[in-house]
Design a protein. Structure first.
Length: 67
């Protein structure tokens, strides 16, 4: 867990593996999110960044193209 201070707020960064456990992200979704975002093992992001990435991945069309 890493904390970075920006302005008056402190952001909390967690490893994506920890956020995967917290959010109970299925294996296929997690692997797809990592590939889509270029995330490597050990990457630290905020819980909000993780959640937004998960929602983007789940809302994306198969093949990456939207109609």
């Amino acid at each position: 867990m890493t904390k970075k201070e920006t302005g008056t707020q402190e952001k909390e960064y967690l490893a994506i593996e920890k956020l995967r456990e917290i959010n109970r992200t299925p294996d296929a979704v997690y692997e797809g999110m990592c590939a889509a975002n270029g995330w490597q093992k050990g990457r630290a992001v905020t819980p909000e960044e993780y959640w937004e990435a998960q929602q983007r991945f789940l809302g994306a069309a198969i093949g990456g193209k939207r109609k």
